[in-house]
Design a protein around this ligand. Structure first.
Ligand SMILES: Nc1ncnc2c1ncn2[C@@H]1O[C@H](COP(=O)(O)OP(=O)(O)O)[C@@H](O)[C@H]1O
Ligand SMILES: [Mg+2]
Length: 226
């Protein structure tokens, strides 16, 4: 299995009342699978994606991704794991406003030890894959919401991550742009062994994923094959 989640619980410690966001969640995902994670607002989707991507740690339980036991990594090792192996897409594009689309997509490659010509080629390929190369020299503020999100997807895939985690990636888009971003995300594993997990509170958004995980109050309720 590419991802093995075993009995993870996540408690957010708060002075007044701790919040249990995930409660003994277990599941496995094979490499190359496209999985939808559906659940109401507050059900624990973001918490789960953050744990899978090494942005946060579970309170208990273990998470293994691609042979790496995340729960055993130091903070520095987790940062390297995220940078090298995971591409994140969030509800908001979070592009750097003063940088062009091209420069934004280049950002993940800046710390990497690669010849500049290779970096430029990777950026070009990512822009083309996301169908946003015609806006390469534009600033984010000059783009539509859908274009900004496609640029964010290009940035997420530019270093060829093995795992893509998308958290409500269409939450701020109209139906047409939402469909384009979903089509793009679903295309990202073509010809690759790339694993993709997309969270949404709307089941319809995830209609074309291969498999749906349902989450409710921090617990996986049913895992169905689509
Ligand atoms: N940093 C935090 N501190 C305290 N509680 C949090 C924090 N982040 C999320 N929660 C709580 O954890 C639960 C799950 O949140 P979240 O994972 O964001 O759900 P979803 O993404 O499905 O909306 C909610 O009850 C939320 O209020
Ligand atoms: Mg969320």
């Amino acid at each position: 299995m590419y991802i093995t989640v075993s009995q993870i619980t996540k408690v957010y410690e708060r002075a007044e009342s701790p919040v249990t966001a995930l409660s003994e969640v277990s599941f496995a995902v094979s490499q190359g699978e496209i999985v939808g994670l559906v659940g109401a607002s507050g059900s624990g989707k973001s918490t789960l994606l953050n744990v899978l991507g090494g942005l946060d740690r579970p309170t208990s339980g273990s998470v293994e991704v691609g042979g790496t036991s995340l729960t055993e990594l130091s903070s520095e090792q987790l940062a390297v794991f995220r940078r090298q192996r995971v591409g994140f897409v969030f509800q908001a594009a979070y592009l750097v406003p003063a940088y062009t689309v091209y420069e934004n997509v280049m950002l993940p490659l800046v710390p990497m030890d690669l010849p500049p010509t290779d970096k430029r080629r990777l950026v070009q390929e990512a822009l083309e894959a996301a169908n946003i190369e015609h806006r390469a020299e534009h600033l984010p503020g000059e783009l539509s919401g859908g274009e900004q999100q496609r640029a964010a997807v290009a940035r997420a895939v530019v270093n060829d991550p093995e795992l893509i985690l998308a958290d409500e990636p269409t939450g701020e888009l109209d139906a047409e742009n939402a469909q384009r971003v979903m089509d793009l995300l679903l295309s990202l594993d073509e010809g690759r062994a790339r694993t993709i997990i997309i969270a949404s509170h709307r089941a319809a958004t995830l209609a074309h994923t291969e498999r749906i995980l349902h989450i409710e109050d921090g617990t996986l309720t049913e895992a169905s094959e689509a």
